[in-house]
Design a protein around this ligand. Sequence first.
Ligand code: NAP
Ligand code: HSE
Length: 430
Amino acid sequence: MEKVKIGLLGFGTVGQGVWKTVRMNRDDLIHNAGLDVEISKILVRDMGKDREINPDSSFLTTNPLDIIEDESIQIVVELVGGIEEAKDFLEKAIEKGKHVVTANKALLALHGKELTEKAEKRGVQLRYEASVAGGIPILHAIRESLSANRIEKIMGIVNGTTNYILTRMSREGISFDEALKEAQNKGYAEADPTADVDGFDAAHKLTILASLGFKSGVDFEQVYCEGIRRMTPTDIEYAKELGFAVKLLAIGTEREGKLELRVHPTFIDEDHPLAAVNDAFNAVFIEGNAVGELMFYGKGAGDMPTASAVLGDIINVSRNQHHPNPQAYRLDFPKNRKHIMSMEETQTGYYIRFMVKDSPGVLGEIASTFGKNGVSLSSVIQKGEGEESVPLVFITHKTRESAVQKTIRQIQKFDAVTEVANLIRVEALS
Ligand code: NAP
Ligand code: HSE
């Protein structure tokens, strides 16, 4: 049995989860992995803070070098969050020849390429399973178990906060603001919920998933990102009527060597397995050219699920310590950078809700404008009669984004059209 000494940078939700899991499952770690994991030192900002777990003060330090320069520590685990300091800590640990584990998706989406390259050059391992979908072992599956496949599609619910909000809006008919407040009271959403509700957190995760899955360098800025703030109970009611569930999806597709990468609220067929993923749960749906369709489901956040992924990485790194394979988790593929399509080039179905004056000929005029731009319609719903402004809803077949945007620009100018109330992309089962 091998003893592995680790240093934790950060002792918040995930850091304490790692502490609890090591204590709760020590015998299992020894039995299953042949490893006795020992937490040697913990970096915090505030030594006097009262936490759920309060280790003896001899474990704590406010100086990162006490961990990074400690010769006896083999693996440094970064759980401080944020970008600049976390990056600095990881770079210093790599320079010192330490293996490193992180759960920091924002850092990896922005600087994963250089960090994995640095680790590779220094001959150390960098692992980051917990950065995408928390406890779900999706990166290991893509990198190892599915490596005999060409992955054609990755479609995920990878943000628990927004999935909780959309589930509550859908079940209770409440507004986005009410559902967000509930999510904050439950501790899912942070006081500043921007990263979650505006889709950046999901886009960070898609950057990582797509780099590994499609074996191509992906820049975070190339991922189209739209959040859920514009979602209304009215649109959710239409979704149900039309046989769809509404989800914030992170979608990556490879078509003829080109990548489509987008995060946005999506109407998804109610029979699709992702439609049944509710509350704060995450799921990732994959299509591989050998394996076919797969779905991974579980908790994408929380102290223990995230710690499960962090400890999985620690075990993996320890097992490979004497024969490291630093290339295994690289996020850059300089010789294989696939073209990433602009949003205008992408193709999907669309739900478009106009508000119009209810007068004869309006529906025909709008429908013929879609036709003139080569956009084929699959459904139309008009409700209300004689009111000042009534909703007029169109669902299109799969079509190019540029054609839909051009059509909307033309329709917007009609006197009878008072508002383009919403546009939501549609993933229908083919
Ligand atoms: P957190 O609860 O805010 O904890 C952060 C910890 O880092 C705290 O212990 C804090 O010290 C310490 N810290 C921050 N900056 C520091 C600095 N400059 N010097 C020393 N200590 C510093 O964060 P978390 O929720 O555990 O998340 C950690 C990472 O995991 C993030 O990258 C996050 O995105 C990722 N992640 C989290 C979850 C989740 O469910 N929470 C899931 C997946 C991934 P004090 O305690 O003294 O304030
Ligand atoms: N804020 C993230 C979520 C945490 O809601 O899913 C896990 O990365």
